[in-house]
Ligand binder design. Structure first.
Ligand code: GH3
Ligand code: MG
Ligand code: MG
Length: 457
């Protein structure tokens, strides 16, 4: 997979070396010499990965650059690997605490670097896809401006599922993460909360950790779950294997508590960000088929549903009926009480439609004060009975609307039609219902007229 990588190092020789190695793997490389420049380039060029040297003379160091990249909403999703010659635990923990996804010491082990780069970039591809869809949703107005992303960024408490058989290590992990997270050990206690990430030991004796990771990656509920694999130090092969199988991150034994806490935070932050994006996409899909005022389905959804039903009925399947409902003298309601009261009447009217139709029916707002109900597998005479029952439910009790002294008596007229076979179309079906509706209006309103070959009830 090709990607753009930003290499940040004050020494030209180091930049050249990395540029050559990455170029060999067909990555496109951008370079920067200083921390500030890296932050600016990240914002402007949006690379897919940043390799960041720690010590750069003058200006901000790599830790600070990382913090700034991770603090900015436009760049915080870009993974960062910190590179340094300092091979001590403190530098490593500092790097991870600055928000870096990984910390590697120079001289860089090529295999390790490429494996981490690949796994971080493929993760970013998923985030990018979600971000792009979200952005287009926002442009279309079906997703509101992002207000909660910052909040998601701060939330760091999560449910951790630990899959391990080593008691000492379990205790160590529990004590490290217990202050911030809820840790449950698989097989020990039943935890009903879905996990936010999993820690899988690939050094376990009683089960095959690799198999666990592979299963989690392919199974539906766990497919997107971040996995942190615990590996033995100096066992690079197994670490690489875990990454290949889909672990998002690696930590070596014995687990360093501060390092674990920092890695857990990074994984969790990413998980929250992805969850939020997915959730907003679900909402946007729902918004796209929902009428904003009433919460019923909109006309677009209705048309998408009705066409295949009419076609199936036409091919000898079960009939489909529709009722077209129009509120009587609605204009008078608007003229007398104002548009807001009119809106409230529409909402109450829609609520009555929704509660007085069968779960298998689709209630839609057709436009203005007209509604359409699709009744799958319903004959014309049954539909007429249902329509008359609905009509009576509407006029049986007046509408109580906030802000006006007297409840309103509302009635509706309904036209009913049923699929007829012989090349019937959704448009023709709705047109027949509209003819019924017109007759109901002319006949005095508050009534049902079926154009189904049967007499209306
Ligand atoms: P009829 O009994 O013949 O159906 O008379 P009517 O007054 O109900 O019908 P008409 O088509 O003359 O008027 C419909 C009114 O519905 C006109 C329009 O302003 C109003 N309307 C359409 N959409 C909305 C809306 O979203 N909110 C409000 N408050 N009014 C709406
Ligand atoms: Mg009307
Ligand atoms: Mg009308």
């Amino acid at each position: 997979m090709s990607a753009r990588i930003l290499v940040v190092d004050d020494l030209e020789a180091n930049r050249r070396l990395l540029e050559a190695k990455l170029g060999e793997q067909y990555y496109e490389v951008l370079t920067a010499q200083r921390g500030e420049e890296a932050v600016q380039l990240a914002k402007r060029e949006r690379p897919d990965l940043i390799l960041l040297d720690v010590m750069m003379p003058g200006g901000i160091d790599g830790y600070e650059a990382c913090r700034r990249i991770k603090a900015h909403p436009e760049t915080r999703h870009i993974p960062v690997i910190i590179l340094t010659t300092l091979d001590d635990r403190e530098s490593k923990v500092r790097g991870l605490q600055a928000g870096a996804e990984e910390f590697l010491t120079k001289p860089i082990d090529d295999v390790q670097l490429m494996a981490r780069a690949k796994s971080l970039i493929s993760l970013k591809v998923v985030t990018d896809e979600l971000r792009a869809r979200e952005a287009s949703g926002r442009r279309l107005g079906v997703i509101e401006e992002d207000v909660s992303a910052d909040q998601a960024h701060r939330l760091i408490t999560g449910n951790v599922l630990l899959i391990d058989d080593n008691d000492n290590q379990i205790r160590r992990i529990e004590s490290a993460l217990g202050a911030e997270h809820r840790v449950s050990v698989l097989g020990r206690e039943e935890d009903t909360n879905p996990p936010d990430f999993a820690i899988v030991s690939v050094t376990a004796k009683s089960f095959d950790g690799f198999r666990v990771i592979a299963r989690m990656r392919s199974g539906e509920p766990t497919r997107h779950l971040p996995i942190l694999a615990v590996v033995d130090p100096d066992d690079k092969q197994r670490a690489l294997r875990a990454l290949e199988l889909g672990a998002h991150d690696i930590i070596v034994r014995p687990v360093d508590e501060e390092e674990l806490v920092a890695r857990a935070r990074t994984l969790l932050r990413r998980k929250r960000q992805m969850d939020l994006l997915r959730q907003r996409l679900d909402q946007s899909l729902e918004l796209a088929i929902t009428d904003q005022l009433t919460g019923l389905y909109n006309r677009r959804f209705l048309e998408a549903q009705l066409a295949p039903m009419v076609q199936r009925a036409d091919c000898g399947g079960e009939p489909v009926s529709v009722m077209l409902i129009d509120i009587d003298y609605f204009k008078k309601c608007n003229d007398t009480y104002g548009h807001d009261v009119g809106d409230a009447v529409l909402r109450e009217f829609a609520a009555r439609l929704a509660t007085n139709t069968r779960p298998s029916d689709f209630a839609c707002r057709f436009g203005g004060e007209e509604f359409l109900i699709i009744m799958p597998r319903t004959s014309g005479d049954v539909a007429c009975l249902a329509a008359d029952r609905l009509r009576r439910q509407i006029c049986a009790s007046p509408f109580h609307i906030r802000g006006i002294p007297m409840p309103l008596d509302i009635t509706a007229s309904i036209g009913v039609a049923c699929s007829s076979g012989g090349g019937d179309t959704p448009e023709a079906l709705v047109k027949r219902a509209d003819e019924g509706l017109y007759e109901a209006k002319r006949g005095g309103r508050n009534r049902v007229v079926g154009k189904t070959g049967q007499r209306a009830a």
